[in-house]
Write a protein of this length. Structure first.
Length: 347
């Protein structure tokens, strides 16, 4: 009997151990399932956040629209700032128009100021295709949409709009006028814009796509004058001394065209000269016969378009247009220069 009781006690002990083991095993499985569910739930918002890159930005909360451009000492950028400011005020916004002077660090500070002011939107002609990306991202993270004008950045999906002149089309159009003025032959020089500006490369490439088709046209010098009038004057003076037989000049913008024409006047030379922008100063030189032509970038149209799209986006959540938008240029020569004023061409 005692032996039977011992056996029975042992069997009960084994059963209890087995139950405990099964219970632990089952509990572990439930915990694992809970962890899996928690992990799945934790991952879901992450996916939602990624897809939220297309979410509508509501603005910082104020009624301030920032207009950030390069120095308004350049007539083109002044036209941008003035036009954008006027349109924004017409639409009921308070405007802060400031200049980054082509300094990426200063531009970052201005974006920080816009964020601190809880700006509704930012209109910006930027200070560098690469250098601007982080500033625009920072504004986006603060809920502030950026609308880029004149110059693109090397990123998509960060700014709401990138509205630029069709530099390629415009430079090609005015290069054709240059070839005609040169009689399809002769030695010429080229002044390039700021290397960090994508427009400088685009315009130069478009120039050469046209000019290089003519074997009797020879480029004897190519230098950068960084979009500046005084620098262009000095570079042109030096190139004339090194190449007194120069017969034409291609300029990446109208400010450099002004400097070149001044240097040619000082040297008592009158040569075919082209630029890109469509400034009133270039128009005056075309009228006087000191310049051949320019490609009008419709700065006023571009700036106004950006403000209208910013207002529409803030009110409706969409601009109704693609992010990247090209506005065609107009080749301006003595034949149509009278229709140009203040970067506006009137048909």
């Amino acid at each position: 009997m005692k032996g039977f009781k011992k056996v029975l006690a042992m069997l009960l002990a084994v059963a209890m151990v087995a139950a405990m083991v099964m219970g632990c095993s089952s509990g572990g499985g439930d915990a694992e399932e809970e962890k899996t569910e928690e992990k799945t739930e934790a991952e879901a918002p992450e996916g939602e956040e990624e897809s939220g890159s297309d979410e509508v930005l509501k603005g910082g909360g104020s009624n301030i629209m920032y207009v950030i451009t390069p120095s308004v000492s350049n007539p083109a950028f002044k036209a941008e700032a003035d036009t954008a400011t006027a349109k924004a005020k017409e639409l009921g916004y308070e405007v802060k128009a400031v200049s980054h002077d082509d300094d990426p660090t200063k531009q970052t500070e201005l974006f920080d100021s816009a964020i601190a002011d809880k700006a509704a939107a930012i209109i910006c002609d930027n200070a560098g295709a690469d250098a601007t990306v982080e500033a625009v991202k920072k504004a986006r993270d603060a809920g502030i949409p950026t609308f880029l004008i004149d110059r693109e950045i090397n990123a998509e999906g960060v700014a709401i709009s990138q509205i630029v002149a069709n530099n390629y089309q415009g430079a090609k159009a005015i290069a054709e006028k240059f070839v005609e003025a040169m009689g399809e032959k002769g030695k010429y020089v080229e002044l390039l814009g700021k290397e960090s500006d994508t427009n400088a490369g685009v315009r130069s490439s478009a120039f050469h796509e046209v000019v290089d088709q003519y074997p009797d046209m020879e480029m004897v010098a190519q230098q950068t004058a960084n979009w500046e009038k005084t620098e262009a004057y000095d570079k042109m003076e030096a190139m004339l001394q090194a190449n007194p037989d120069i017969e034409g000049v291609m300029c990446g913008n109208d400010t450099m065209l002004e400097g070149v024409c001044a240097a040619l006047q000082a040297a008592k030379k009158n040569l075919p000269v082209i630029g890109v922008d469509g400034s009133d100063e270039a128009a005056a030189l075309i009228k006087s016969g000191d310049a051949t032509g320019t490609a009008l970038q419709q700065f006023a149209v571009i700036a106004e378009t950006a403000v209208v799209q910013a207002d529409k986006y803030l009110k409706e959540g969409s601009t109704g247009a693609d992010e990247k938008q090209l506005i065609d240029c107009i080749a301006i020569t003595s034949e149509n220069v009278d229709k140009l004023s203040g970067f506006v061409f009137t048909e």
